[in-house]
Ligand binder design. Structure first.
Ligand code: UD1
Ligand code: CA
Length: 482
């Protein structure tokens, strides 16, 4: 079945979402799977390639508009000052943007699980059947609270009755209005002019348009979604958690079917925009967020959280937190590593245990194995940073960069005080504080020479176990040299 481009998709997002009980976050901005509620709805709406994308905003308008500017700059926000109902919301849009001749899709803004394909099927059904209005419906085990689809003797849709307004016979109906509709734009505008607030909610119900158009002799229809889970809205934080779990199950299943091993789906969370190549292995308790990408054969986890991070082929990342990092092929990260933004690790590099990096470029095959901070630095190829080094990048006022060349061996417990350059092939002695450039091939020693004060303990700490041990060692030494 073909489908034409709708003139508009209108997303209803002005409601308060009282049941979320949030002091800070408008309902449609709550997050799951790496997107806001309204972000998911907009993603599904985009699959229809509408000429216009309109979002009705009201409660928390400033925050919602700011968010839309980030995620959907092409969307038009229309303000509904008072939330007088879903019909009033759509009427407000038509008054603001003018007539919308052609197909108009309206969707609630709080249904994050709805697939673009389902919306497209709804539009196709609408067009194929030549309807004035087509409603997305589904059979649901517990229809409490929803609008019910009322059908005539021939099974034809005659209207929608809201739960509050429904009598016992209507309440027994399990086919509900999901909250997504396709309208003929002209007929919609005309019908909206005639809806009233004469109902239990005292609001202008969009759902009344169905009965009005039907009364005018137009065709109304319903497209029944097979999977009622997909049609679930989010009204409180319990439903938010349920939707998050559903979405995650769906995302993981797609990855597993495409060749990714997920050892423990129950403790693995993957955002919708993450991309994983075949033969990636995800170990338990791992979260992959944002635009993270993992290439074939890489192994992530256990206990790792990656945000906007790319991982190359056959790399391993164990017990690590990585944010905006680029991890090259065959790189080894962790256990217990923190890669911060601007970290770039070339092929076969190693970032080991208790290592933190930030704005750090590590060249091919270079190793930072233990207990080290690398901030604002560039390390060449084949170099080794000894245990417990600090790239001292901050003098309290400004941050500076350090450069370490190729095949450099930095000794253990070095302070590399930026800005400083260590030339190719140079060595630095353990415990050095490197404040001056080191020429290529030099050995830098930057520490006090050792001085032994003979007999100090026996003189100054007489009677202690240390002094006694020292005395025994001296006597033994004397015997040996007899
Ligand atoms: C609505 C439907 C109901 C359906 C249910 C599915 C109506 C009258 N009823 O009921 O048949 O079963 O959705 O979830 O439409 N909104 C505005 N402006 C308003 C009022 C609401 O933008 O003035 C937005 C809300 O932010 C929300 C959506 O419209 O995204 C639905 O509103 P809500 O109050 O949740 O409608 P329900 O009572 O759930
Ligand atoms: Ca709702």
């Amino acid at each position: 079945m073909t489908m034409s481009r709708p003139a508009a998709v209108i997303v209803l997002a002005a409601g308060e979402g009282t049941r979320m009980k949030s002091r800070t976050t408008p309902k449609v901005l709550h997050e799951l799977g790496g997107r806001s509620l309204v972000g998911h709805v907009l993603a599904a709406a985009r699959d229809l390639r509408p000429e216009r994308l309109v979002v009705v905003v009201g409660h928390g308008r400033e925050k919602v508009v700011r968010h839309l500017a980030e995620i959907a700059p092409d969307a038009v926000a229309v303000t509904q000052e008072q939330q007088n109902g879903t019909g009033h919301a759509v009427r407000t849009v038509l008054e603001a943007v003018g007539a919308l001749p052609g197909t108009v899709v309206v969707t609630n803004g709080d249904h994050p699980l709805l697939r673009g394909e389902t919306l497209a099927d709804l539009v196709r059904t609408h067009e194929a059947d030549g309807n004035a209005v087509t409603v997305l419906s589904t059979d649901i085990p517990d229809p409490t609270g929803y609008g019910r689809i009322v059908r005539g003797p021939g099974g034809e849709v005659v209207g929608i009755v809201e739960h509050k307004d429904a009598g016992p016979d209507e309440r027994a109906i399990h086919e509900i209005n999901v909250g997504m509709y396709v309208f003929d734009g002209k007929l919609l505008a005309d019908a909206l002019g005639r809806i009233t607030t004469d109902n239990a909610g005292g609001e202008e119900y969009l759902t009344d348009v169905v009965g009005i158009l039907r009364g005018d002799g137009h065709r109304a229809g319903a497209y029944k979604a097979a999977d009622w889970i997909e049609t679930q809205g989010v009204n409180d934080r319990v439903q938010l958690a349920q939707a998050r779990r559903q979405l995650n199950d769906r995302v993981l299943e797609e990855h597993m079917r495409a060749g990714v091993t997920i050892v423990d789906p129950l403790s693995t969370w993957v955002d919708v925009q993450v991309t994983l190549e075949p033969d990636v292995v995800i170990e338990p308790n791992t979260q992959l967020h944002g635009g993270t990408h993992v290439a074939a054969g890489a192994r992530i986890g256990p206990n790792s959280t990656l945000t906007d991070t790319s991982v190359g082929e056959d790399a391993t990342v164990v017990n690590a937190v990585c944010v905006s990092a680029e991890i090259g092929p065959e790189v080894s990260v962790g256990p217990f590593a923190y890669l911060r933004p601007g970290t770039r690790l070339a092929r076969k590099a190693k970032i080991g245990t208790y290592v933190e990096t930030k704005n750090a470029v590590v060249g091919e095959g270079s190793k930072v194995p233990h207990l080290t901070y690398v901030g604002d630095a560039e390390i060449g190829e084949g170099s080794n940073i000894g245990a417990a080094c600090v790239f001292v990048n901050y003098d309290g006022v400004t941050k500076s960069r350090s450069v370490v060349g190729d095949h450099v061996k930095v000794g253990s417990d070095n302070m590399i005080v930026a800005p400083v350059t260590i030339g190719d092939g140079a060595y630095t002695a353990a415990g050095s504080v490197i404040t001056n450039d080191v020429p290529p091939g030099a050995m830098a020693v930057a520490r006090a020479r050792q001085r032994n004060v003979e007999g100090w303990v026996e003189r100054k700490r007489a009677g202690t176990p240390s002094a006694e041990a020292a005395q025994r060692a001296r006597e033994q030494d004397g015997k040996n040299s007899e």
